[in-house]
Write a protein that binds this ligand. Structure first.
Ligand SMILES: Nc1ncnc2c1ncn2[C@@H]1O[C@H](COP(=O)(O)OP(=O)(O)O)[C@@H](O)[C@H]1O
Ligand SMILES: Nc1ncnc2c1ncn2[C@@H]1O[C@H](COP(=O)(O)OP(=O)(O)O)[C@@H](O)[C@H]1O
Ligand SMILES: [Zn+2]
Lengths: 251, 251
């Protein structure tokens, strides 16, 4: 990853911004965002997350963040820190029961505020969880972070990869640097007898990476442990760094 | 199901309209829509489907429909028939590459046209695949079909059921009749050793049905056969009516 230092109003990002996108909802984009961030933090980096997924602010739940951000003055927001990661979610500023239609116009202004008013301090990486899909929302956000690296999460089905491919061509138009593709729910491995079943098909991740002229960074299995930890707010990388799945996130 | 005969411009619906909704994308709503319709057709009923899911018109692919609707005059559209099911998709009137934002305003007018200008003939059931979520789109459609029965598809995770619960309260406000809940991807059963793994958790479907004061109609397993058949356009109920999964749809 080409490193580029970015100076913020209240802090710096020493290595870069990683924006995590997906073609459809429900492919595990937020799960990958949080586990990637915790893997980076476990390797000793200073990491921040911004949750801009207006369809469902699930980053705070998956990361296990209970505190709200605190305001020190009019233009200084202190982000809560969980498992060594500073995190700000649109969800702390928007009512989760408000219709989605109201949430997206707020997003543009809120994002600028998160870069200016949040006291991020010294960060190595800032990870952004983008809204799902290829509509105007993720596009508007990508335009505000021209220097970001893009990570695309997909599941193996043809339809998930076709839609995610549109993200790739969007990124090309805007000259964002494509980091690679993560294929999630790639297969299921039985705990009892070790049999592997490619439930959602095989090879979709690799096909998408080739189509987008980038690399397949890894394939994650469908694992009840991942879902259980997401629901309880303790990402798998934190508790079991040795587990096979954590290694995949660490690479 | 309370039966109600509905007179259309070009046909009648003898038993009723079933609208299939879901709180989030990717839970298998379109897959359940098509398999429910094919199960009804296999039991000898005359069935039609309208695909209004503007986020991705996947009903034609899952049903295996290759033909386009034909126009006989300005106000007579003949729907293509596949596996004995007449089907009209918004996808045949809207370019799949157009941004989603443009698709929803068209939906209202198109739906009225589908009821007036399509020559449905004698139908027992009309099944509608709604757009996912609890935003304005599915709401606007539900308002146009006040006499419909609502089927809610969810996966077992807490978040999927929480969002789907919002659909239930929407339906109550609009006096739609709740048919029940279908829990999809409820568990994975290993083909080799029979071990069951509740990957996405247990009991979410039942909890949602209780919350919405309705019934859990069935729990479908995560099965690669279902995905493979959806990708190849031959719904499982058509080829293997005896399979356990088909029986679940038939009930
Ligand atoms: N590899 C995996 N194995 C098992 N469950 C997963 C996996 N990845 C994601 N999940 C579960 O799938 C659901 C959707 O994941 P989420 O990250 O919220 O998706 P998205 O952000 O793409 O909408 C969550 O319940 C999550 O716990
Ligand atoms: N019970 C199931 N087992 C295996 N795959 C499934 C099952 N239900 C749906 N799928 C697959 O999951 C993906 C999402 O299903 P789809 O019906 O398109 O969801 P939605 O309409 O809710 O967005 C598709 O690739 C489909 O083939
Ligand atoms: Zn097994």
């Amino acid at each position: 990853m080409k490193e580029k230092k970015i100076k913020l109003e209240q802090g710096t990002i020493n290595k870069g911004i990683i924006a995590v996108a997906s073609g459809k909802g429900g492919v595990g984009k937020s799960t990958v965002t949080v586990n990637l961030a915790t893997a980076l933090a476990a390797s000793g980096y200073q990491v921040g997350i911004i949750d801009t997924d207006v369809r469902g602010f699930s980053v705070p739940r998956i990361l296990g963040t209970k505190e709200q951000p605190k305001a020190r003055g009019e233009h200084e927001i202190i982000p809560p820190k969980t498992h060594g990661i500073k995190m700000i979610s649109m969800g702390s500023f928007v009512d989760e029961n408000s219709p989605i239609i109201w949430r997206s116009p707020l997003l543009g202004g809120a994002l600028e505020q998160f870069f200016k008013d949040v006291n991020w301090g010294e960060l190595d990486y800032l990870v952004l969880d983008l809204p799902p899909g290829t509509g105007d929302m993720p596009l508007n956000i990508m335009q505000k972070i021209p220097h970001a690296h893009l990570l695309v999460v997909t599941t193996p089905q043809i339809t998930a990869t076709k839609v995610a491919g549109r993200i790739g061509s969007m990124a090309e138009k805007m000259d964002l640097n494509l980091l690679g593709v993560v294929e999630n729910m790639a297969y299921y491995q039985c705990k009892e007898c070790g049999n592997r079943d490619y439930i959602f098909g095989e090879g979709g991740g690799l096909e998408l990476a080739k189509f987008m002229k980038t690399e397949l960074l890894g394939s994650l299995p469908l694992l009840s442990e991942i879902r259980r930890r997401s629901d309880s707010g303790s990402p798998i990388v934190v508790d079991e760094p040795e587990a096979e799945i954590s290694k995949l996130f660490m690479d």
